[in-house]
Design a binder for this molecule. Sequence first.
Ligand code: ADP
Ligand code: CDP
Length: 222
Amino acid sequence: SPVVVAIDGPSGSGKSTVSRAVAARLGLSFLDTGAMYRAMTWWMLANEVDVEDAEAVAIACGKPVIVSGTDAAGPTITVDGQDVSGPIRGPEVTGKVSAVAAVPAVRARLVELQRGCASHAERGIVAEGRDMGSVVFPDATVKVFLTASERARAERRAAELRAKGVDEATITAMAADLARRDAADSSRETAPLTQAADAVLVDTSELTLDQVIDTITALVEE
Ligand code: ADP
Ligand code: CDP
C-alpha cells in the first residue's frame, strides 16, 4: 500500500521545510494541512464571517471549495479557484486561524479532504500539520513529532521576517502571537497537538535542516 509519512509539531519546528524536502527526495506527494486551515480562515475573513463565533463558522465552513496541489516541487492552494498562497501567510489569517481550526465541523471537512489527497497520491504522501499521526492517518507508515525549543522556533520565525524586511516591533508581536497560537493548538478540545504514542520524537533545536531531512528519510527507508 502507498506510503504515508505523518509529520506533526508546533509552529517553527521545521515541518513544512522538512516535509517538502523529504517528499521531493523520495518522489512522494506533499500536503501542508496548515495551508488548508489558513485557506478556510482566509475565506471566512473575506466573507465577513465572525471567526470568534464557532456556530457561524460551523454553518459557513461547507461553502468554500479548497483545493491543494500536492506536488512537492510547487505546492499550490486555491479557494473557489483563486490562488491564495500569498494572503494565507499574512498576519490577519495567522492571528485568527487557531480559532477557526478549533471548530469541529471545520476539522471534519478538512480531514476528509486530506484523506482524499492521500488516496489520490500516486506513490504516497508526506503530510504535515498538528494531527496527522493522531487523527487523520492513524495507520501511517512513519509518524514523526518534530519539536524545537521555543527559543529556537521563535528565532527561526524572526530570521524569516527579518529577511522579508519586517520591523522589529512586528517581529516581537509575531513571536507573542506564535506562543499564543501554540498554546491554543495544544489545549483545544478537538484534535489538540499531541505526540502520537507511536511517533518518533525529533528535536530539531540543535540540528541543521539537512540533518533533519536525512533522519526522516532514513526512517521512511527502514
Ligand atoms: P513549521 O512548518 O513547523 O512552522 P518551517 O518549515 O516553516 O516550520 O520552518 C521555519 C523556519 O525555520 C524556516 O525558515 C526554516 O528554514 C527554518 N528551519 C527549520 N528547521 C530548521 C533547522 N533544523 N535548523 C535551522 N533552521 C530551520
Ligand atoms: O506555519 P505554521 O507552522 O505557523 O502554521 P501552519 O502549519 O500553517 O498551521 C496554521 C494553523 O492551522 C495552526 O496554528 C493550527 O491552528 C491549524 N492546524 C491544525 O489545527 N491542524 C493541522 N493539521 C494543521 C494546522
